[in-house]
Design a binder for this molecule. Sequence first.
Ligand code: FAD
Length: 478
Amino acid sequence: MLGGLPKSSCRVVRMPDQDIFDFIIVGSGTSGGVLAQRLQHAGARCLLLEAGKYYKTDTFPENEVDYSAQLFWGGGLEFDTQCTMGFLRGKCVGGGSIVNQCLLDRFDNVALDDWKAVSGVDFFTAEAMEPLYAAVEADLTLVTLPEEHRNRNAHLFVRGLERAGIGWAPLRRGQSDCATEHGNDCMPCLGGCRRGSKQSTLVAFIRRAEREGLTIVPEFHAARIEHRNDGVTVSGRNGSGAAFFQGRRCILAGGSFGTTQLLLASGFKECLPALGRGFTMHPQYMTFAEFDEPVDAHKGAFQTVKSADPGLRGKGHKLENVFAPPVSVAMLFARGGMELQEFMLRYRYLACMEVAVRDEASGELAIDRKGRLRVRKQLTAQDCARRDDGLRTVRGIFESLGAKRVFQSPLYFGLHLMGGCAIGTDPTRSVVSPDFQVHGYKNLYSADTSIYPNAPGINPALTCMALSHRLAVLLAQR
Ligand SMILES: Cc1cc2nc3c(=O)[nH]c(=O)nc-3n(C[C@H](O)[C@H](O)[C@H](O)COP(=O)(O)OP(=O)(O)OC[C@H]3O[C@@H](n4cnc5c(N)ncnc54)[C@H](O)[C@@H]3O)c2cc1C
């Protein structure tokens, strides 16, 4: 069960014109950051609302426990109704882009063709997406991680994949100056990059927009939206109580959970039957392996390579070179006392690989009577077969590399939360039109990951930025 919403305090008050924003953007993450910068730069008066706090590079929490508690919803981890899958989502100015790994991939034709077929949206083609990707990439520093950045975990990954005849490729990451060659470790930047190197939307977009006059209100939890012909009122709570803002238009950028929950709590389900449907998450399964020699998988650039193999793409999963910080690893294998101590003494000897499944199961996002989000999702037989195939491959790879023992994380995770407000041409099966307008509500828009019509099987953030850029261009033209 996820965090509850405050009771509505929605009042429509006639405001003086200067207090009405051209755009209210709810959520300051991957989508909201791009939209705020683009629209503010185009001359609009924008308000960026964010439930989380506003941290700067020198004020990010200093350790893993503090950053989990302060930068994530649910104090670190949220769960589905069955408590079988854990969800991670950022809650701070910059949202997911502050806590993510900033691996920025374009979608391939497999993902785009599938989206086009299921949504009926005709710009889901490589040609139409090309200028959108190029426009956001132009504002980011992107690095295809070179061989010298690979740590031993990555070397094991590459050697293992090559032995198994699986194709691989270096990852492309948004970063400007990580200084790993001078001994800097990237793992702590999952709690906010203190070097300002990671290309979060805070670094690449929001600060620029702020210099151009963007108004940011952090620690404001939007609870309800009222749509009228002449504008939108967003009401909610900040530290000192109920508050509301008025805008000519509102853009929902709260992510899959945030945007869906806000629309559900505001009573839109009645007119939008597809609201809350189609939740996907790329379930991720970590397999650890213990070696005789230290692996130091937490050192340097801890994630530098991925599988890139048409065979695995066809099978519906991919393999990633990943690791997790010590408190998270300890919590996954939560044994106490001496057992935990001995386990953690082996932390440096652990390697890790992850299977990320392109899930076809369509979960459902709903709210309970108190407005709290409920996530229901059951993997299909095909999802489980994809998972099992990936896990078998990983175990085989680790065994071929001489691992002393191979063991799996007892919990699996959703880091790529998608859907709930799918884009599409048919208002009975989708929530947002191809113009990103909520069907039937002319002043309400969204281009965040809630609009994803199904799981692409590829890192979602760059496409979310590209679609947000497209929405900003459409709105600026109007
Ligand atoms: C640990 C981790 C690693 C990841 N690594 C990668 C990666 O390497 N590459 C990649 O492509 N993707 C990655 N992702 C996923 C990626 O970060 C998300 O897909 C992306 O950020 C989603 O963008 P969004 O704009 O839809 O939502 P978000 O970025 O989540 O932004 C939503 C914002 O809205 C705010 N909000 C929500 N509800 C409300 C409300 N009611 N009122 C006010 N504010 C609200 C939230 O606090 C949040 O700041 C990762 C995610 C995690 C958690």
